[in-house]
Design a protein around this ligand. Structure first.
Ligand SMILES: [Zn+2]
Length: 294
């Protein structure tokens, strides 16, 4: 008897791999390690994008790949998301911050429901007497020309690991949408290497930010113009570009065109957002001429 949700993920993935000629079990889409049915305890349900930024899609990855991301990358994605929400006036969860006024600093917690920013002093995180002193000084002196400074000390935004967290999510979403045949091209070795080695820049540019309009969640493949042929993964305001098929030069072409200021009319084939790793589109990629003929 089993109610382990990983069983079904293992079954569908292992079945898909078997169709492609591999019969040894389930393959972790990140490291390509193979896991037999008895090694389920070495596999985890990985949220795409990370759970902390609202990911609902789940993909089975190995424990080593999942915990490496959690420690190194996903915390930064969460911080980038909160920082962006504060900037855009959208709701955000409680974040620690500090208020400074006339030389007195008090630790506070900020949150917003999208309409009102709520700043509350946390008695437990301040020395005794400080919140009272702050309130008294602020009450007496506010509006008399002194500035109040708000500092977000825990939001040390580091863009690269946050971007790589989304690159990882985009890669896993592409896997969920298209199956193994989309990700085992050597052209994606550089993407996997970038995910494994976040401190070194291996590819660029792969991450794009839409400041004005949230784009929803979607996996698509650009088919025109040919130089732009790629897998596109939209996650809210973030867009990740991945090479399609055996294309080894996608990121170089994007960088080159961007430097030249080229605007392109882009045609996409849209695949929606997977709710489950489906291996149904394997055949579309195999048939597609999009990766050649450029
Ligand atoms: Zn793995």
């Amino acid at each position: 008897m089993t109610s382990d949700p990983r069983v079904q993920y293992w079954n569908t993935g292992a079945t898909a791999l078997r169709r492609l000629g591999y019969s040894q079990g389930y393959g972790c889409p990140l490291c390509f390690g193979l896991f037999g049915r008895k090694q389920l305890d070495q596999l985890t349900l990985d949220h795409v994008p990370p759970k902390s930024v609202g990911g609902k899609l789940k993909v089975l990855t190995c424990k080593a790949c999942n915990s490496a991301a959690g420690a190194k990358l996903d915390a930064y994605a969460h911080q980038l998301d909160v920082f962006r929400r504060i900037g855009a006036g959208e709701p955000y969860p409680p974040v620690p911050a500090r208020l400074t006024f006339e030389g007195i600093t008090v630790n506070v917690e900020m949150r917003s429901d999208g309409a009102l920013n709520d700043i509350r002093v946390l008695p437990g995180s301040n020395s005794p007497g400080v919140p009272h002193q702050f309130a008294a000084t602020f009450g007496a002196r506010a509006g008399h020309g002194s500035e109040i400074n708000l500092i977000l000390p825990t939001l040390k935004i580091s863009e690269r690991p946050a971007k790589i967290s989304y690159l990882r999510a985009g890669y896993l979403a592409a896997f969920a949408a298209f199956g193994y045949s989309a990700i085992w091209w050597p052209s994606l070795d550089r993407v996997r290497q970038q995910i494994r080695e976040p401190d070194v820049e291996h590819i660029n540019p792969y991450f794009f930010y839409h400041s004005k309009v949230a784009q929803g969640y979607e996996v698509a493949a650009t088919v025109e113009p040919k130089w732009y042929s790629s897998i596109v993964v939209l996650m809210g305001r973030y867009r990740i570009m991945l090479p399609l098929g055996d294309d080894a030069g996608l990121y170089e072409r994007i960088a080159e065109r961007a430097a030249g200021g080229v605007q392109a009319q882009v045609q996409c084939r849209r695949f929606g957002w997977p709710t489950w790793p489906q291996y149904a589109n394997d055949h579309w990629l195999a048939r597609s001429g999009a990766a050649q003929d450029r």
